[in-house]
Ligand binder design. Structure first.
Ligand code: NAD
Ligand code: TDX
Length: 339
């Protein structure tokens, strides 16, 4: 089986590729990743020599490039589509790259996959497409989409384009909507890696607004197993919520990290709130649990411990990102792939 994974040099995509190569002996992976600021070649250093793995530096907005790839490396059995602009705060600065990659890129990829008769297309969406919750309630798969940031609006656009491909053409498409992930290799501009790496560097933790916004945290490997489960056993045209049943306010996350890392409360510095800041996300993941038998396996305590440990022991990885020198590292390691 040959699978195109998009966004495989990012946080979740790199975990997904490593997991597939380890657990699915008969699968070959073609990683399509444009290597934007969020991608990192060293995320997959340990698999580059695996003959079942190859990376192509290509944007999902590049239709001719994708067509050549699908032609030259086909037949492709499945696409697992993770490539995206993924950071809410950046989308507040400018939504344009988000619309280009998340909306236009997804549509191009769907069309190319259809033209090359790919048997299954897994679109990786997000809980943010549902918008925000108040104190109570959960997002279900039939909750109307009501996105609030340019990022989540662009993800809602791509999510609906995936649905449209199924409804219009009968293309075999499955969609997943997952809650907030955390774990090793997460780019240090997202909450948990930002706080952990700032903590290790003696820098403060900027907590937005009153700190009572709530997210439902899931360890990245649990997400990866859910994606594989849906690829293998999900029903065409269906959406599957994925969540950790692990709601935490941002202040609670900060306090738990403070005790894990032996820091003091003074590390938390309240700052101006994010514009349009969604108050609460919480997933009802009953459908994937009952119909496909997936359950999270890594507890919050275990997951945080693994994450903090990983950032402690991979200083070079995140320091080179924070200082911008990781691009020099690519040049030394891999030639001038960034030029
Ligand atoms: P990430 O930002 O860490 O990685 C994104 C990857 O996509 C990078 O390697 C980047 O180089 C690549 N990319 C960006 N634009 C591209 C383009 N035009 N063509 C090809 N490659 C391109 O993202 P992530 O956190 O790993 O998220 C992966 C997917 O999962 C995204 O679709 C995101 O919306 C979704 N998701 C993320 C979370 C989360 O908590 N991180 C939760 C639910 C869903
Ligand atoms: O410095 C910070 N301070 C802070 O209080 C940052 C970076 C974040 N926050 C808050 C904002 C959110 O309430 O922490 C919460 C989590 O923020 P992010 O890590 O930016 O994630 P979020 O906005 O919830 O979006 C994430 O989950 C859904 C991912 O980044 C998306 O890619 C995914 O789709």
């Amino acid at each position: 089986m040959r699978i195109v994974v998009t966004g495989g040099l990012g946080f979740i995509g790199s975990h997904l590729i490593r997991w597939i190569l380890e657990h699915q002996a008969a699968v070959e992976i073609i990683n399509v990743d444009a290597l934007t600021y969020a991608g990192n070649l060293s995320n997959l250093d340990d698999v580059v020599d695996d003959p079942r793995y190859q990376w192509h530096r290509l944007s999902i907005t590049d239709r001719p490039g994708l067509e050549s790839l699908f032609r030259d490396h086909g037949p492709i059995d499945a696409v697992m589509h993770l490539a995206a602009e993924s950071h809410v705060d950046r989308s507040i600065q400018s939504g344009v790259p988000f619309v280009e990659t998340n909306v236009l890129g997804t549509q191009i990829l769907l069309e190319v996959a259809r033209a090359f008769r790919v048997s299954r297309f897994l679109h990786v969406s997000t809980d943010e497409v549902y918008g925000t919750l108040g104190e109570s309630g959960y997002f279900r798969e039939d909750t109307p989409l009501s996105p609030n940031s340019p990022y989540s609006a662009s993800k809602a656009g791509s999510d609906l384009l995936a649905r449209a491909a199924f409804e219009t053409y009968g293309q075999d498409v499955v969609v997943t909507r997952c809650s907030n992930n955390y774990g090793p290799y997460q780019f240090p501009e997202k909450l948990i890696p930002l706080f952990v790496t700032n903590g290790l560097d003696g820098e403060p933790w900027p907590l937005y607004g009153d700190g009572h916004n709530v997210r439902d945290w899931l360890y990245v490997e649990d997400h990866v197993r859910a994606l594989w489960t849906v690829l293998e056993r999900g029903h065409a045209g269906e959406v599957y919520n994925i969540g950790g049943s692990n709601e935490r306010s941002n202040r609670e996350v900060a306090n738990t990290l403070i005790s894990h890392m032996g820091l003091s409360q003074s590390v938390i510095v309240p700052v101006k709130d994010r514009l349009g800041h969604d108050r609460r996300y919480a997933m009802d993941a009953t459908k994937i649990q009952k119909t496909l038998g997936w359950h999270p396996e890594v507890s919050w305590e275990q997951g945080l411990e693994l994450t903090v440990q990983w950032y402690r022991s991979h200083r070079t990885w995140w320091q080179s990102i924070k200082s911008g020198t990781y691009k020099d590292y690519y040049r030394d390691q891999y030639g001038s792939v960034l030029d």
